[in-house]
Design a protein around this ligand. Sequence first.
Ligand SMILES: *Cc1c(COP(=O)(O)O)cnc(C)c1O
Length: 367
Amino acid sequence: MIKFLDLQKITQKYSDEIHEAVSRVINSGWYLQGKESEKFEMNYAQYIGTKYTIGCANGLDALIWILRAYIEMGVMQLGDEVIVPANTYIASILAITENGLKPVLIEPSIETYQIDDTKIEAAITERTKAVLIVHLYGQCAYTEKIGELCRRYNLKLVEDNAQAHGCKFQGRKTGSLGDAAGHSFYPGKNLGAFGDAGAVTTNDEELAKTVRAIANYGSQKKYVFKYCGRNSRLDEIQAAVLDVKLKHLDEDVAIRKEVARYYIEHMTNPNIITPMVTDWDAHVFHIFTVRTQRRDSLQQYLAENGVQTIIHYPIPPHKQECYKEWNNLSFPITEQIHNEELSLPMSPVLTEEDIIGVVDLVNQWEY
Ligand SMILES: *Cc1c(COP(=O)(O)O)cnc(C)c1O
């Protein structure tokens, strides 16, 4: 069987280095807020190209803490609006509602699946305080136009970089393009830990300090509490694992791109739409998407032939039970993507035989 993502094989690739790092932490007797997270935070900030990285418990928290910090800093208040793509993973939207802010959903482009920058300006009101862009599937969502709108309307630009470690816009890494970014190191992400982990990156010193405090009980000084914070810290073992994997990230991303290039060049079935790539630096292929109107039948056919696939995502946020108030809203492009999208196996450990096998099967599929 060709697995969608073989985490065991990915770990094996760096097994010696990882075991060495984990043993070092175990033997040190120091498991939180120590040298390992300090080192990883420094290296990750350097990699992304920001002054600060603040490790935290997971990617959802990273996004929640950014918006919470803006509220504590007086930049936004309860009920303010945050513009966000309608077709994102639920976490981007949860981070907004969790803070008592209001998500304003914007349709994506049917070609790139990223937020449609021509639809943002009309959605800006007096209460709009931020645009949360999501580099969905690993493709850069930032555009000059989005940067310009945020400057003109004095909006914070927040990036959800959970799927896009290593992605670039004109030489600059995603995660450094806006005012702040949330990153996830969930095991299946391009840079994955051995459990939950996340981080915030920013150049804003006040934001960095506030986020760090909030994620540590609201404390900047031991036993002194400035905010009603939470416990959301990156632990030393995860930091040590991430630091090892960060060294190999670019090499892994390069392999993902080779796989994607092969898929795109060789998938000739006219009933399949492969991803649109205008700039190979601006896509790190966390997910390799194809689209077809008979998605479920393609998925079943591939499964019968030993290829594991996943749908990202089967139900859009506005159709979820947790957001009942939006259930009768209509976002046709978002809904179309959710009905037609299928994610093919993609990882840095696929063999040449796997890749050729997937392409042959897709090409032989009878629509
Ligand atoms: C994975 C993901 C998150 C959340 O990350 P966790 O570490 O799982 O909390 C947020 N946004 C997007 C787009 C994601 O894919």
